[in-house]
Design a binder for this molecule. Structure first.
Ligand code: SF4
Length: 234
């Protein structure tokens, strides 16, 4: 089996509820989702990246210190759930699980793949906001919450109050349909390429959340305030 990957690299998770956890990231090459504010446009082309065999992936992981104590793997992209990757993604997850990895999948929110989601240990599922110019059906959030709330975070990138109100409205629909299911919904304040740390934006989003019942967790992108927003991890 061959995998079209952008990169394999180790770093400390910079966003979401696992912030601060050292992980190895396996980044698929190729994405058709087209988020307006994507900070990884170099991962869009399905012709780029490099083809890896299973042996090459395992060798790279070994070089990066993969062990029973350092076994967290995050599969990201690009869009690892794109149909073009499906066969290799399933194979890769199987190989990683066989070697004792704890596997997170970064899902763009447009695809629900139960075979993949059943296999992984954790799902980071996006609910896109208007500033991304991509729409996630609220029904997708309900579907993953019902089945996977025990190993799920929903993440929304928030640029402004329009984004916040949009997510808040979606949250109301999900809570109304599923009043008894708890799961973390994360608001990630936008930290754009070339921008100074957006302290005011983070502050405003935290206040909007508090004034509307504190249903979300506001977590900014730690790796960008440590390394700057322009650093590429490869
Ligand atoms: S899904 Fe991810 S890689 Fe694809 S366009 Fe959106 S942010 Fe970029």
């Amino acid at each position: 089996m061959l995998y079209r990957l952008n990169s394999i690299y180790s770093a400390t998770e910079g966003e979401g509820i696992h912030i601060g956890s050292p992980q190895t990231f396996i980044r698929f090459q190729g994405c058709k989702v087209g988020c307006y504010n994507c900070d990884s446009k170099d991962t869009w082309s399905f012709r780029g990246g490099k083809m890896y065999t299973t042996e090459m992936v395992l060798e790279e992981l070994a070089q990066q210190g993969f062990s029973s104590r350092k076994r967290r793997i995050s599969i990201t992209g690009g869009d690892p759930l794109d149909p073009e990757h499906r066969e290799s993604l399933l194979e890769l997850i199987g190989v990683l699980k066989k070697h004792g990895a704890w596997v997170n999948i970064e899902a763009a929110g447009n695809v629900i793949d139960h075979e993949v989601f059943d296999l992984v240990d954790f799902i980071s599922f996006d609910f896109k906001t208007p500033s991304t110019k991509v729409l996630t059906p609220v029904e997708h959030i309900k579907e993953v919450v019902v089945k996977y709330s025990y190993k799920l975070q929903v993440k929304s990138v928030v640029f402004d109050n329009n984004d916040f109100e949009f997510v808040n409205g979606a949250k109301d629909q999900v809570y109304e349909a599923l009043p008894d299911i708890d799961f973390p919904w994360i608001l990630t304040p936008v930290f754009n390429y070339g921008e100074d740390f957006p302290k005011q934006r983070v502050h405003d989003i935290a206040l909007w959340n508090e004034s509307r019942g504190s249903h979300f967790r506001v977590i900014s992108q730690q790796h960008k305030w440590i390394h700057g927003p322009n650093k590429k991890f490869i």
